[in-house]
Design a binder for this molecule. Structure first.
Ligand code: NAI
Length: 630
């Protein structure tokens, strides 16, 4: 397509993620005993070139002498560079093929390695403006062709002058020499490309900052490979979420803002207005009032297990998908349970306390192995099943009771009733969820059904056990050892005193709700939640969402995906399909799931559609949110 718009694009750190000379150093100096010191010198020379103490020509010559590259090294360099093309360039290959006449690559690098990389994208050979190597006739590179203006300072400006492009010129690059083209009056706009590197001196000169090629294409209303540049999606991560989460979201190209603490309702009401994705932990309350202000919000990730800090009903009605990390700390809780049951069945905890008070109480009385003992697991979910597996590995016999039908892991035995389990187990471990109806599921009557000398663990939720009944049964010797990590009331901060009837009881381990608190669990959460958020943003997948109907979707290929969230009323699917049929649009895949509040419809259509279709789809009555992915 011939138009009067010309795109002049830099190569090193723009078209590719790297500086080609750095890669060349690794290739040509491979195995060289002084590789590191030579590489250091090369960096120094590059810097001298940049700060003007060395001319570009001298800097190129010196670097070539140090690297002593041969033709075979260039072949290897090209292979490396082909794998190092910038991500947003890779996904926008269409832009290069459809504007091939108007795209120029400009570089102080060398045609010998640039050409094979960029021509694969459809860039024309004659549109590659770069240096050329001079060889000694034996395949050894000895310098650069000094007749080429690009081998000298101000080379990009000189080259563009000679080219004399007859239209608007847009320059995309990461370096100061790219900006100089605009400065010389040879370009209409300079876009500082920051996907790979950011240079402050370049950013302040730029007409626009383009964190990706998507942003450039979007700004210039050119067709993009993705529906919306990711850098325009604002992500707000509160409460010091794990750095890995920040890294992952940034690497995806989102515009990420972090904040170490939580925000109160009024602060969040203000801040949320521009936010598309919110990440929180347990402190930030996302109330209906906050959600009212959240007109751009698509999704919330809780970097913890619980989601009761969010008004889930209001979020659902607003079309905001919520994700948590339901099993990122499962293993940590299980390890704690295993550790505690061994500690308690051996009486280690009391024995250690006595030692601290100077008492030497050497005896085997009341000490047992866990091997061969019966472990009764109440609640056979993520944690219960994992505990089942590890406990069997220790030689325990596992019994479990769950309200739902559950697959028994390994050799575990399912109990028909809680009573049956309580009557048989030597160790009882609670792993039910915290639903309200589970309040006091273990109370006086249940303790009465347990065997004398039972070891009792509650690492689930505080309210599921009647603490007074537990205290009585510890004191009367029915419970020989007990570990509790969760309490009906837990102090809000580390400054508040912990008050409980369980304080000071024998062979009783009390811990401050730290079952899931390990660095591994934090890291797992930091990785898991961004994965879910990105799956939703990029693909529409809602698997594991706590409030949206769960749909696991195939990756989108050669199609457009229409994502429609609506109030759960009859007839919406028919309406969508009617509009598509009226416009002769072919549906290549369709998925629908509802819950009591909303319906979630995904429709994949073949590539062609027009704006009118989208307008009509958006206008369907009862629509909450509508977006398109491609
Ligand atoms: P989950 O939801 O995977 O499993 C809970 C299981 O309990 C389900 O299979 C459910 O059917 C069953 N259940 C619910 N009520 C029951 C009842 N009355 N009788 C029998 N079975 C019942 O949950 P997950 O991930 O295994 O977590 C279990 C508990 O551990 C939760 O209460 C969770 O809040 C708590 N937890 C505690 C942590 C800590 O730091 N101490 C960390 C992580 C979770």
């Amino acid at each position: 397509m011939k138009s009067n718009k010309y795109f002049v694009i830099d190569f090193d750190s723009t078209f590719t993620k790297v500086e080609a000379f750095d890669v060349l150093a690794d290739v040509s100096l491979s195995g060289h005993p002084e590789k590191d010191s030579i590489k250091k010198k090369i960096v120094e020379i590059t810097n001298q070139g940049m700060d003007g103490t060395l001319s570009l020509r001298e800097s190129i010559q010196k670097r070539i002498e140090l690297l002593a590259p041969e033709k075979k090294h260039i072949r290897s360099l090209v292979t490396h560079l082909k794998g190092l093309v910038s991500e947003s360039f890779k996904r926008n290959k269409d832009f290069f093929t459809s504007h091939a006449d108007n795209i120029y690559i400009i570089s102080n690098g060398f045609k010998e390695f640039i050409e094979p990389v960029v021509t694969e994208f459809g860039v024309k050979e004659e549109n590659i403006l770069a240096n050329e190597f001079v060889t000694d006739g034996n395949g050894k590179i000895i310098g650069a062709d000094t007749n080429n203006p690009l081998s000298a300072n101000n080379g990009k400006v000189e080259t563009l002058k000679q080219l004399n492009l007859p239209g608007d010129v847009y320059v995309i690059g990461d370096g100061y020499t790219d900006y100089e083209i605009k400065h010389a009056g040879l370009a209409n706009k300079f876009y500082a490309f920051t996907e790979n590197v950011e240079r402050a001196s370049v950013l302040i000169k730029a007409d626009h900052v383009a964190p990706s090629l998507d942003e450039f294409l979007y700004l210039n209303k050119l067709n993009t490979a993705i529906s919306y540049p990711k850098n325009r999606i604002n992500v707000l991560l509160l409460e010091n979420v794990h750095p890995i989460a920040v890294e992952l979201m940034k690497a995806e190209g989102f515009n990420v803002e972090t904040y170490p603490a939580g925000l109160d309702e009024s602060e969040l009401c203000e801040k949320i207005k521009n936010v598309s994705v919110l990440g929180i932990r347990s402190k930030t309350q996302v109330t209906a009032k906050v959600l009212e202000q959240a007109s751009r919000l698509m999704s919330i990730g809780t970097f913890c297990i619980g989601t009761n800090q969010i008004d889930l009903k209001a979020a659902t009605k607003k079309g905001v998908a919520v994700f948590n990390a339901p099993f990122s700390n499962t293993r940590s809780v299980v390890e704690m349970a295993i550790a505690e049951m061994i500690m308690l069945i051996r009486g280690f905890y009391d024995k250690s306390n006595k030692m601290h008070q100077g008492q030497w109480d050497k005896s085997a009385k009341g000490s047992f192995e866990v091997r061969g003992k019966k472990l009764g697991i109440i609640g056979y979910g993520n944690i219960g099943t994992q505990l089942s597996v590890l406990a069997e590995n220790l030689g325990m016999k596992v019994l479990f009771f769950d309200k739902e039908e559950k697959l028994a892991m390994g050799n575990a035995t399912k109990c028909k009733s809680l009573k049956e389990l309580l009557g048989e187990a030597d160790v009882v471990s609670l792993h039910v969820d915290g639903r309200e109806s589970n309040t006091h599921i273990i109370g006086k009557a249940e303790f009465a059904q347990m065997k004398k000398g039972v070891i009792f663990l509650n690492l689930s939720r505080g309210h599921v056990v009647d603490v007074k009944a537990l205290r009585e049964n510890i004191l009367n010797g029915k419970v020989a050892g007990c570990a509790v990590d969760v309490f009906p009331y837990e102090p809000i901060s580390n400054e508040e005193e912990f008050v409980s009837d369980l304080r000071g009881l024998p062979n009783t381990i009390l811990t401050p709700h730290i079952g899931g608190s390990t660095l591994e669990a934090q890291e797992n959460i930091g990785q898991f939640v961004p994965g879910k958020l990105m799956d939703y943003i990029n693909n529409g997948s809602t698997s594991n969402s706590v409030n949206f109907p769960n749909l696991t979707l195939p990756t989108l290929e050669n199609a457009h995906r229409l994502i429609h969230v609506h109030h759960n009323v009859p007839g919406i699917l028919a309406r969508i399909n009617q509009i598509l049929a009226d416009h002769g649009i072919n549906i290549v895949g369709q998925y629908l799931k509802t819950n009591e509040l909303i319906g979630y419809v995904i429709t994949d259509i073949n590539k062609e559609y027009n704006k009118e279709v989208i307008k009509q789809l958006r206008a369907i009555e009862h629509t909450i949110k509508f977006r398109i992915l491609y």
